[in-house]
Ligand binder design. Structure first.
Ligand code: GDP
Length: 424
């Protein structure tokens, strides 16, 4: 059977969690390959409503093996508390359905603190960190200054390794930021309270996925955030510190040879953005407030009100290209039902010229949106289950976006519940 990646096309929060939850039943393995506790997927199903941060969304499905790959920022503290929350609702989580890569690097106690110290130093120039330690974690990973999950099986070596890292990190914490140094006692407590507790889940996920491929099993890769937050191709420096693109999934899963057959790009029917950075289509005031309320646009992790605006064709087309999306899932179409006219940003104006190209990050703040309006439908579409059941105006809106972004819209979501979906 074929493999698939579900990725965000825009700034994140497109509704990936809901899409993954819908189709996980068709896959044997669901793999998270990047990111950490810094963003949340919202999933609503028969167990309740969940904001997942680290756990793959396949955790709710029986017979699905969930994998946290080597590309993930593995925060044992966050992971254990998430496992507890989900278990409390009656979901089974044990070493048979959750696997952690032995090559995943561990997010250490000082990473979260360093995030907060650096944001405080940056003051009004801050990049909008969620203070989950993600940027300090990834920079340490690339400096080879963190530990691998598999090292938990070598406690004596691990203690020596941690003592070296502690000495180095304390120089930065105390001399650069003037904060209180960490101690080995704190690290010992952290090992006992959190890190050693994830040991039962740790395995060689590379081998696991290679064997799965040989046995003809199917794999779904689940991304966090969206194309525009990708470390290399996003709106630098307002990106995350990992690669959110489908092409990174094989690397971050532990199985670089795996082939992805289908890339489902998730796009919201309007634009939202959490955090800092240029957001060309942004609405303010009453218009923004209405859309934010209609869509319930508040961050899953932080509760922060999201910035909102009309759908942005320029950014979305770029996101589709970056992800090499083969199919689009358009979410939250129902939210637009209150509008008389539906705005669409079709182009940008930049330097006095109209452009279809998504600008280089340094030029992006000068881009102005060109807005066209389409007729609204002003009816509840949340009960529609077939494309033909949608009002003609809603169909035209979907078809217009599809034509402009150059990718087939295979799913139209009209509500948060698992079955509130139109498959085309
Ligand atoms: P993710 O990180 O990409 O999964 O995005 P979020 O966690 O922010 O999920 C988007 C939010 O929208 C969640 O609260 C979902 O339950 C909700 N949602 C997803 N699809 C739809 C939809 O089609 N209509 C409505 N009304 N809500 C949706």
């Amino acid at each position: 059977m074929s493999n698939c990646a579900v990725v965000g096309i825009n700034w994140g929060d497109e509704g990936k969690g809901r899409m993954v939850d819908l189709i996980t039943g068709d896959y044997d393995y669901v793999v998270r390959f990047q990111g950490g506790g810094n963003a949340g997927h919202t999933v609503i199903n028969e167990y309740g409503k969940f904001a997942l941060h680290l756990l793959p969304s396949g955790i709710f499905r029986k017979n699905v093996v969930n994998v946290l790959g080597n590309g993930v920022a593995l925060d044992p503290e966050n992971l254990l508390s998430e496992i507890e929350t989900v278990r409390e609702k009656g979901v089974k989580i044990d070493e048979t359905n959750l696997k952690i890569s032995d090559r995943a690097s561990l997010l250490l106690p000082w990473h979260r603190e360093l995030d907060a110290l650096e944001e405080a130093r940056l003051a009004d120039k801050k990049y909008g960190s969620t203070k989950q330690g993600i940027a300090p974690f990834y920079s340490d990973k690339y400096q080879k200054k963190t530990v691998l999950a598999g090292e938990l099986f070598y406690p004596a070596e691990l203690k020596r390794h941690l003592a070296d890292l502690l000495e180095w990190k304390n120089l930065i914490i105390s001399r650069v930021y003037g904060a209180k140094p960490h101690t080995m006692d704190e690290l010992d407590a952290w090992l006992e309270d959190y890190a050693y507790k994830i040991k039962p889940y740790i395995t060689d996920t590379g081998r696991l996925l290679r064997d799965a491929q040989k046995d003809g099993k199917s794999i779904m890769f689940e991304a966090q955030l969206g194309s525009l937050r990708d470390l290399d191709f996003g709106i630098v420096p307002y990106t995350t510190s990992s690669n959110t693109t489908a092409s990174y999934a094989p690397i971050g899963s532990g199985c670089p040879s795996v082939k992805i057959d289908e890339v489902i790009g998730v796009v919201k029917a309007y634009s939202t953005c959490v955090g800092e950075g240029p957001f060309t289509c942004e609405w303010f005031g009453e218009e923004a407030e209405k859309l934010r309320e209609a869509g319930g646009e508040y961050g899953a992790k932080t509760g922060r009100p999201r910035r909102v605006g009309p759908i942005d064709i320029v950014a979305t087309r770029y996101g589709v290209q970056v992800q090499a999306a083969t199919c689009i899932a358009l979410t939250k179409l129902d939210v637009l039902s209150y509008m008389d006219k539906i705005p669409v940003c079709t182009h940008y104006m930049l330097g006095g010229e109209q452009t279809d190209e998504f600008p280089f990050p340094a030029a992006l703040p000068d881009a102005e949106p060109v807005i066209e309006y389409m007729d609204g439908w002003k009816t509840d579409v949340s009960k529609c289950r077939k494309f033909e059941e949608l009002p003609v105006e809603a169909r035209k809106y979907v078809e217009f976006i599809e034509e402009r972004i150059g990718c087939h819209i295979g799913y139209v979501s009209v509500g948060p519940e698992r079955d509130s979906i139109i498959i085309r």
